[in-house]
Design a binder for this molecule. Structure first.
Ligand code: SF4
Length: 427
């Protein structure tokens, strides 16, 4: 039996697509092995969101070739899409595949093993459906509902790497979730490149909220989590309909990127800080336990001390639970790459450090507020006598295992007795 190993970099969409390719390959008669084991084919599912991702993608390709110099290497995904020429120069690679070609992975592996080198690039402007996928996760499954993005934020390469918005047929989403619910999975995470755009490409009006209402009806599924969302998705009408869906998890990852209007404008983000603040108020008014997290880019071209100060003050005011801080790095082919006023690395470093400090302080303070309270936790795993799980609003909970009773994949109400920097401890 021929063996295949995967290395997956980047976002949840890539993770989903790796799962889907694994399933296809198993059905196609391949055996999946770990990436540090010897395999006939290594598939590196690359990412290009930052320069660091590109570098890591290249490193991984080299690493697997060292494990088995005779193996065939396939590089797939976003890095391949945007830097095809660069990737193809790597002598380690036998085949490059774009995102839309992942669905035909079995055919490509079969061909490769027969030494047929192919490199077709037939990008289709429709959602590439993988079909039924087997999930290895016991408690939570990531479901891809959408691909592509039409936003063209000035720093982002993704619209070039993944193409225009394509939404997955709602019936296929429902049927996939229904199937996994029968396997006992209790939580689904809906993901995509820009899930706020879900339905935009349909002829009939059908939006994300319509899909959520359908998913909420599926028996067995107890939690529905939204992946990263664009703030403008949140309107009064959206939240009013959302708040009626009892399975929705009150964790909202709103990609803010900057807390300064001038910077947001240069980034080609389409909201102002005032609009963002209003959105946060709507959420917090509706969901008392709302957990808000975000992504911030520091050192965007021309970001002055004053602009950074505005961002810092705005973030202090909003007080997110957690912030993911990215130091701006120019992506070739984007508008921001050509902007004057690129920021020195040491300034980016300093700004990043300040925001990480703020994020850690917020997380610690929020965590302390849980002491003495009861929370609902879905236990995900048990390792070395410690259970780990998440609350509905995505706070990590740990508990010492006390009895032989297995609690994995069960939902339990527990009392919180201690708080640590990045998690809380249940009695
Ligand atoms: S919304 Fe902006 S940052 Fe997000 S994928 Fe689209 S272009 Fe990139």
């Amino acid at each position: 039996m021929k063996t295949v190993a995967f290395i997956t970099l980047g976002c949840k969409v890539n993770q989903y697509e790796t799962n889907a390719m694994i399933q296809k390959l198993i059905e196609g008669g391949y055996k999946i092995v770990e990436h540090h084991e010897k395999a006939d084919i290594y598939i590196v599912n690359t990412c290009t969101v930052t320069n660091m991702s590109d570098r890591k993608s290249r490193q991984m390709i080299r690493k697997v070739k060292e494990i088995n110099p005779q193996a065939k290497i396939i590089a797939v995904g976003c890095y391949v899409e945007v830097a095809k020429n660069e990737v193809e120069k790597m002598k380690e690679i036998d085949l490059t595949l774009g995102n839309s070609e992942k669905v035909d992975i079995v055919k490509h592996c079969d061909n490769l093993l027969q030494d047929i080198k192919k490199d077709e690039n037939n990008k289709k402007n429709e959602f590439s459906e993988f079909g039924t996928i087997t999930y290895t996760e016991k408690t939570r499954a990531v479901i891809k509902i959408q691909d592509g993005c039409d936003r063209f934020c000035s720093y982002c390469i993704i619209p070039y790497a993944r193409g225009r918005v394509r939404s997955r047929n709602p019936q296929n989403v429902i049927s996939e979730i229904t199937q996994i619910s029968k396997k006992g999975i209790k939580e689904v995470v809906l993901t995509g490149i820009h899930i706020a755009s879900y339905g935009k490409d349909f002829d009939e009006k059908y939006e994300l909220i319509d899909l959520l209402e359908e998913i909420n009806k599926i028996d067995g599924i107890q939690r529905i989590r939204l992946g990263s969302i664009e703030p403008l998705l949140i309107t009064h009408e959206f939240i009013q309909r959302l708040s009626k869906l009892e399975k929705i998890c009150e964790h909202f990852h709103l990609s803010l990127q900057s807390g300064c209007d001038e910077t947001l404008k240069r980034m080609n983000r389409r909201y102002t800080t005032a609009q963002f603040k209003e959105i946060v108020e709507i959420i917090r008014k509706t969901y008392k336990n709302a957990n808000l997290t975000t992504d911030i880019i520091v050192g965007f071209p021309q970001e002055t001390e004053e602009e950074f100060r505005k961002t810092y003050e705005f973030l202090k005011e909003i007080k997110f639970y957690k912030m993911h801080i990215f130091k701006y790095s120019p992506r070739k082919g984007t508008l921001a790459e050509k902007m004057q006023g690129q920021i020195l690395p040491q300034i980016k470093e300093e700004r990043s450090r300040k925001l990480i400090e703020l994020s850690d302080k917020n997380e610690e303070e929020y965590n302390k507020e849980y002491i003495g309270n009861e929370v609902e936790v879905l236990w995900e795993e048990e390792k070395q006598g410690i259970y780990k799980g998440h609350t509905k609003n995505y706070i990590l909970v740990e508990q010492q295992k006390e009895s032989a009773k297995q609690k994995e994949n069960t939902i339990e109400n527990v009392e919180i007795v201690e708080a640590r920097d990045h998690y809380i401890i249940a009695k």
